[in-house]
Design a protein around this ligand. Structure first.
Ligand SMILES: [Zn+2]
Length: 381
């Protein structure tokens, strides 16, 4: 049985006093982070080789609480996690992987992490028990499999909304052994990147984004227009900012869910997935001609490919990239003739050699698949 990491996130509906407690925990976490950071900073300034020790820092917490007794009113595990988080940030700095940790500001309060210790965090019907906060109403919108075990839990606020995320591991349900020796056109698929769709293959077309997503975008534009007519800093303005943050968040979630669904579908159905090795960053920088930039950024194709890659890996399946210079669009998938006169705007074309009429994208997808299978069967060529 294969074990995979999973996160389940749910909207929380805390009452007013619970909201206050969550805010208080965020505030106390920020204080501990900043206090301990200035401590580290002092040590670092004295000695540039100062190495942080997680356990020694955590041991300082009780003393700190004596000094600031209100720290006792919030989840102690959350404060420990804050110290661990600081240690990681400091270690990354030490390994030259990031800048010196920065002090946290109130406006950046986002969430805190706590641990599920001896079932301290548990779901009871439509409520979830969270340390110090108590039972909070939440929407249990998806079933968590029985095998799911979570040790870490995050509580966060985005815009006006609160969320809880359970972070853990579960057995991968759809896992089945697949035979790597079998490769044919039925268990493989070639995906062509497309500007108007998420992808196109020889047998499937996945539209770029569903209608509800476009609706949210229109909604966002409307609310942003409203904001532009408001007086900066006024109550209405602040309210509007929150409203916009919520729409943004909904859009992000819609996109994520859509891409997850699409990648899960492909990963479950096929053993080998062949894609072009596109330089998406380079393509989005290249603005001439098509104005590819904003389009590619919005398509989420890169995100999709990433998700597809790890979902396939969960299943011991393969995502294979076909050489960037393979002329997938120009080749006739019927006879192999290469049409070097093909222009970017040619959506369809007729092969001058064999007379077959091609849809540009579908033809490319067929070629990607053929090339992928060839690569797998003759890796030396
Ligand atoms: Zn042809």
């Amino acid at each position: 049985m294969k074990i995979v990491k999973r996160t389940y996130r749910f909207r929380l509906y805390p009452n007013d006093s619970q909201k206050q407690l969550i805010e208080k925990t965020l505030g106390c976490s920020r204080q501990v982070y900043n206090d301990f950071l200035s401590l580290c900073k002092k040590e670092y300034e004295k000695d540039h080789n100062y190495k942080i020790n997680k356990f020694e820092l955590i041991k300082l917490l009780p003393k700190h609480k004596e000094k600031y007794p209100y720290l006792n009113e919030v989840d102690s595990v959350a404060l420990q996690q804050t110290v661990i988080h600081l240690c990681d940030a400091y270690k990354n700095f030490f390994r030259h992987q990031s800048d010196f940790p920065k002090f946290k500001k109130k406006k950046n309060d986002y969430g805190y992490i706590t641990m599920n210790i001896n079932n301290s965090i548990r779901i009871e019907r439509n409520e979830i028990q969270i340390p110090k906060i108590g039972k909070v109403r939440f929407v249990y919108h998806r079933n968590i499999p029985k095998s799911f075990q979570y040790s870490m839990v995050s509580v966060s606020r985005i815009g006006k909304h609160y969320y809880v995320a359970l972070i853990g591991e579960e057995e991968y349900q759809e896992y089945k052994e697949f035979n790597k020796d079998v490769l044919d056109s039925s268990n493989s698929i070639g995906l062509d990147f497309s500007l108007t769709n998420l992808f196109i293959s020889d047998s499937e077309v996945k539209e770029n984004m569903p209608k509800y997503y476009e609706k949210s975008l229109t909604n966002l534009a409307r609310e942003q227009r409203k904001l532009s007519h408001m007086i900066k800093g006024s109550n209405n303005y602040q309210e509007q900012l929150l409203k916009i943050a919520n729409i943004h968040e909904r859009i992000t979630n819609q996109r994520k869910n859509y891409l997850h669904k699409a990648s899960r579908y492909i990963a479950n159905k096929y053993d080998y997935v062949f894609v072009e090795d596109l330089d998406l960053q380079e393509m989005s920088k290249r603005k001439e001609g098509f104005k590819l930039g904003p389009v590619i950024n919005d398509l989420g194709y890169g995100v999709f490919l990433n998700q597809l890659k790890y979902k396939l890996e969960w299943l011991n399946k393969k995502l294979v990239k076909v050489n960037r210079y393979f002329p997938s669009s120009q080749l006739c998938s019927e006879c192999g003739y290469r049409n070097i006169d093909l222009l970017l705007q040619n959506k369809t074309w007729v092969c001058p050699n064999c007379g077959v009429k091609h849809n540009r994208d579908i033809n490319a997808a067929v070629n990607i698949k053929k090339e992928g299978i060839r690569m797998m069967l003759n890796p030396s060529n």
